[in-house]
Design a protein around this ligand. Structure first.
Ligand code: NDP
Ligand code: HSE
Length: 465
């Protein structure tokens, strides 16, 4: 078959941009052999054309003038790798209006302005491809859209931020402190330009908004997602949770609430009324949340370490499917970008883009479950005065809020000022009850610092037999 030449323009020559330039230049022959497409990097735009880069471009390719890309009608595809939501949005709109298809890894922009950008693309008869926006090199978006197309997706549990997973893994296995692990993740090119978005859970929420909209077929707003980051996680809690059989991960969870109620009914014998009420209220609802989560050490997601990402998806026909791979970094992300460039050039992206049907917000907003109604298990750590009656007081507050203790741990004389860490885990309980109990615990004279509370997520596992 005769080769078809495909000219590509790139905006943003940073970590991922360099990876894309490297792949296109070094793998052009291999890609042509597989696809009959001859990719050519025709133009690279960056505000900084002076700093040394990891990849050397041919003379005349690098420019700080985006009009060179916009005005060149021979360039069919524009790749936006600038990041952020201000300049990047204008760049994508200009590319679409100039008649170019857009490839991007910019989850922040898609999560916030996706509808507007999609509208602009449709209006101009173009498409936007965004495989690299979620879970780096893992083909998760095409996996859900194509591979799982026959399924009703019931739940997804994802480790989708490489920086946070790297930090938590290093705090767990190498006993590193938070700042040390973060600085290493930044050096390795995993973190966002502003790493606040990584550690406060914002980046995972952006990815969940994209993945959940595709999986559930809903338009999803960022406000629909409950978000808690890992900023205040301490090594002590990782350690105590570890002793109780748990591993700490930042999870992005999208769950049909009917499933949430069913899972959470494990061990609810003493509050079966609550289970029934929850099941009834939960029908049709979707729970979307990002938060630090204790998961069983023998769950498959617990072994996902470092910058690796994984998403466990439960489909109505397929059962459990798990996607695993490198979720951040120059070459894994470039792999997904170049796959999208190829898909756009082959015409596949235009077809999938045209057929992406999302229920509009006015039909779906009321179906998002409030976090207060979440029923899950909890890990609670209190720094308590080491004196008689404290455990009884704690038990009383929990009992008054109908919270049933499932496990407890106390180490002798570990805390400062004659305090001891008292850890309890609960049976499935409604979030609102735990919030009320934590307020009451905080008021006790014998509790010396704000209680720490981390959700325990019992992820079902599809097992043989
Ligand atoms: P970088 O900050 O490394 O690169 C961005 C580049 O764009 C920089 O060279 C920057 O220049 C340049 N730039 C900024 N503003 C403009 C502008 N207005 N016009 C032209 N160039 C501009 O970011 P990454 O490569 O890490 O990330 C790019 C995108 O990919 C982001 O959306 C990010 O979220 C996403 N992503 C990143 C992953 C990763 O592992 N790094 C993984 C998955 C997605 P200067 O440095 O001078 O500001
Ligand atoms: N900062 C992101 C992460 C990059 O750490 O996962 C990949 O999207």
């Amino acid at each position: 078959m005769a080769e078809k030449k495909v000219k590509v323009g790139l905006v943003g020559f940073g970590t991922v941009g360099c990876g894309v330039a490297k792949l296109i230049t070094e793998e052009a022959d291999a890609i042509a052999a597989k696809t009959s497409l001859r990719l050519e990097l025709a133009c690279v735009v960056d505000i900084d054309t002076q700093s040394p880069r990891l990849v050397k471009l041919a003379d005349g390719i690098l420019t700080n003038d985006i009009n060179r890309l916009l005005d060149d009608d021979t360039i069919q595809i524009g790749v936006e790798l600038v990041g952020g939501t201000d300049a990047a949005k204008q760049i994508q709109l200009k590319l679409l209006e100039a008649g170019k298809d857009v490839v991007t890894a910019n989850k922040a922009l898609l999560a916030e302005y996706g509808n507007e950008l999609m509208h602009c693309a449709h209006k101009n008869g173009r498409c936007i491809a965004f495989e690299a926006s979620c879970a780096g090199g893992i083909p998760i978006i095409s996996g859900i859209r194509t591979g799982l197309a026959a399924n009703e997706i019931r739940a997804m549990y994802g480790i989708v931020n490489g920086t946070c997973n790297y930090i938590l893994s290093n705090m767990t296995s190498k006993n590193e402190d938070f700042p040390e692990a973060l600085s290493q993740a930044q050096k390795l090119g995993y973190a966002e330009a502003d790493p606040t978005l990584d550690i406060n859970g914002g980046d995972s929420a952006h990815k969940l908004a994209i993945l959940a909209s595709i999986a559930f077929g809903y338009e999803i707003a960022l406000d629909d997602i409950f978000v808690e980051g890992i900023e205040s996680i301490s090594k002590d809690d990782i350690c105590y949770g570890g002793e109780m059989g748990y591993c700490l991960k930042l999870l992005a969870i999208g769950q049909k609430a009917s499933l949430a109620a069913r899972d959470s009914s494990h061990g609810l014998q003493s509050t079966s009324h609550e289970a029934r009420v929850t099941r009834h209220e939960a029908r049709e609802k979707i729970s979307l949340r990002v938060h630090p989560s204790f998961i069983a050490k023998d769950n498959r997601l617990a072994s996902v370490d470092g910058s690796f990402n994984a998403v466990s998806i439960f489909g109505s026909a397929v059962g459990q499917v798990m996607y695993y791979g490198r979720g951040a970094g120059m070459m894994p992300t470039a792999s997904a970008i170049v796959a999208d460039i190829i898909d756009v050039a082959l015409g596949n992206s235009a077809t999938t883009f045209r057929h992406l049907c999302l229920k509009p917000r006015n039909q779906t907003a009321a179906l998002i479950e409030k976090i207060d109604n979440l029923v899950t298990r909890f890990y609670i750590r209190l720094m308590a005065k080491d004196q008689p009656g404290v455990f009884a007081q704690v038990g009383k507050v929990l009992a008054e809020n109908a919270i049933s203790i499932s496990g407890a741990l106390q180490h002798e004389g570990q805390g400062p000022d004659n305090t001891v860490p008292v850890v309890v885990t609960t049976h499935p309980t409604r979030q609102s009850k735990v919030t009320a109990a934590l307020e009451n615990l905080d008021k006790l004279d014998t509790i010396c610092s704000r209680p720490v509370c981390i959700r325990i997520v019992d992820i079902p596992e599809d097992k043989e037999g």
